[in-house]
Design a binder for this molecule. Structure first.
Ligand SMILES: Cc1cc2nc3c(=O)[nH]c(=O)nc-3n(C[C@H](O)[C@H](O)[C@H](O)COP(=O)(O)O)c2cc1C
Length: 197
């Protein structure tokens, strides 16, 4: 059994069989928060904790929109909302630490992404195991899959986020850890490998 529903200009196509239910939403309703969130929730990412320090102001913030963008030189992108304290700290110092969470660090991600340095000392809410960086002043976090000490080489405001490109000055990685995955506002373990053919 299958049918199509039309609501405003969002076309909803729903197909039911006895065992499988599929729902496809499409349109250009970008002013509709639920439509935007629906698309976002269908993406899956890793999560990095962005660390910053300006004098005695030290912060950590969860960031799912973070990844390698070039290999040589090794550069990373982070997309940060301008109202976040982290944004001002990156702008003030021109550097940030990127600490990609392992699947043992969901709580650290949750705490660092649920409170702001603007009104809360996150370091007191969870036991973030820090170590000193070699090339930047921000602290780094132990137990991550990848740690990258980055200097900002570009910053561009793109709508509601600023995209910072950081060039890695020092990188450390642990091949025995698996990444924390994030989808639809929830954390997940990495699943089984899928054969290529
Ligand atoms: C798992 C997770 C991922 C997040 N990813 C991002 C992101 O990619 N970019 C962003 O600007 N905020 C992101 N956030 C929201 C910030 O981490 C959150 O607003 C935080 O409180 C900002 O902290 P700050 O004001 O101390 O910098 C994320 C939150 C969570 C929980």
């Amino acid at each position: 059994m299958g049918w199509q529903l039309f609501s405003d200009s969002i076309k909803v196509s729903v197909t039911f069989t006895e065992e499988v239910r599929m729902a496809i939403f499409e349109g250009n309703q970008f002013d509709d928060r639920d439509f935007r969130r629906g698309a976002w929730h269908q993406t899956a990412t890793t999560v990095a904790m962005v660390t910053t320090r300006d004098g005695d102001r030290e912060n950590v913030m969860a960031c799912e929109w973070a990844m390698i963008v070039t290999m040589n030189p090794m550069r990373f992108v982070v997309s940060v909302g301008p109202r976040h304290a982290t944004h001002g700290l990156i702008e003030a110092t021109g550097e940030f630490g990127l600490n990609f969470c392992s699947d043992q660090q969901a709580r650290l991600s949750h705490v660092s992404g649920s409170y702001s340095f603007n009104d809360t000392n996150k370091w007191e809410l969870a036991d973030f195991p820090t170590y000193p960086a070699k090339t930047i002043t921000a602290p780094m976090i132990e137990g991550c899959t990848v740690n990258a000490e980055c200097k900002v080489i570009s910053a561009q405001l793109l709508g509601d986020h600023t995209v910072f490109i950081g060039e890695a000055q020092w990188v450390r990685y642990d091949t025995e850890l698996n990444p924390l995955l994030y989808r639809a506002g929830k954390y997940w373990y990495m699943g089984e490998q899928i054969p290529k053919d």
